[in-house]
Design a protein around this ligand. Sequence first.
Ligand code: ADP
Ligand code: MG
Length: 360
Amino acid sequence: MGVFPRLRRGKPWKLKIEYWILNILFLALSACSPPPRDALLTGQTMGTSYSIRLAASPLGRGDLRRLQADIDAALAEVNRQMSTYLSDSEISRFNRAEADEPVAISPDFQHVVRRALEIAAATGGAFDPTVGALVNLWGFGPDGRPCAAPAAEPIAAARAITGWRHLLLTPDGQLAKDIPDLRLDLGAIAKGFGVDRVAELLRARGREHFLVEIGGETLGVGRNGQGESWRVGVLKPDESADLQGIARLTGGRAIATSGDYRNFYRDETGELRAHIVDPRTAAPVGHAVASVSVLAGDCLTADALATALFVLGPDEGLPLLAERFPDVEALFLVRTGDGFREIASPGFAAALRYEPAPAL
Ligand code: ADP
Ligand code: MG
C-alpha cells in the first residue's frame, strides 16, 4: 500500500530516483499555482458604502457572487427593521405609534435596543437613541439646516420629547414609549450592528479571516492575507486624507470613530455645528475634541461608545471606560491649533502604530 504502490516493485535505487522526480514535480506544480488572493466585496447600505475583505479566499467568482447576495439580503433586513429612512420599517412604525400602542419588533432589533439602553444607562445618557428631535432641530435631520441657532422655546419642546428613559422593551419583545412623540434613532449604533451581523454570516459560512467595514466602522477577524493582524488607518480629523496612525486589530476586535469633522456646518457666527448632540445641554457637542476612535470586542459597542465618548470628552470618558468598560479602549484627537494631541487609554496607545499605510 502507500501513495505510490507501483514504485514498490522496482529496484531500490530506481525507486529513490522516481521518488525524487515525483517530489520535484509536485514542488514545481505547487510553486506555479498562485497562492489564494484576498477577495474584496463592496456595495452600499445604510446611506453609505461597505467593504468586506476575505483573506486568502479560495472562493470562486460564483461563490463570491452568491455570498454577496446573502450579505446584501442580511443588510436589507437590518434596514427593514431599523432604518428611519424606510417608512414601512419596524422603527418607523414604532415612531408613528401612539404611547399606549406597543409594537412587536424582530429579535435583532430587540438586541440593538437592549444594548442601546444598557449603553445609555452606563454612560449617564451621553448616548441617547431618542435624541432625534434635537438632532433634527440643529439641522441634521429631515428639516435641514436652520438659518440661525434655534431659540429656547423649540429647544425646550424638542427636549420634552426625548429621553431614553421613556423607551421600554418588554420581556416578550415589544417596544413601548410613554410619550407619543418620542422618536427612536439608531444612527449611532446601527452601522456597528450591521458590521457584526455580516461577521456572524461570514463565520456561519466557515470564513475565519476577514475584515468588514460599513461607513468606516470596522471589525477584523483572524488574520490578513500575509498572516498578520488586520491594520486599520485612523484618519486625521481634518479635510486631509492623512493618517494619524494605524491601529492593529488583534483578537477579533472592532474599531469605530465619531467626530465633528465630516458631518458639520458653520453657523452665522462661524461656530462649528456637528451632528452629535449632547443630551445634557440639548446642543451639538462643541469642544476641542475632533474625533474619538474606540476599540471593542464587537462593532455595535465600539460604534455606540465612540458617540458617547465624543459627548463626554476625555476627562469624563476615560475614567468611565476604566470603570464600566474595562475591555474597551479609546483614542481622543484634540485640536491644538496646529495639529492634534492624542489622549489615549493604555490599550489604544499600545495598538496604535505610526507606520506607512499598507497598500490596499
Ligand atoms: P457617524 O454616523 O458619522 O458614524 P455616529 O456613530 O457618532 O457618527 O452617529 C451620529 C448620529 O447619531 C447622528 O447623526 C444622530 O442621528 C445620532 N446621535 C446624535 N447625537 C447622539 C447621542 N448623543 N446619542 C445617540 N445618538 C446620537
Ligand atoms: Mg456611533
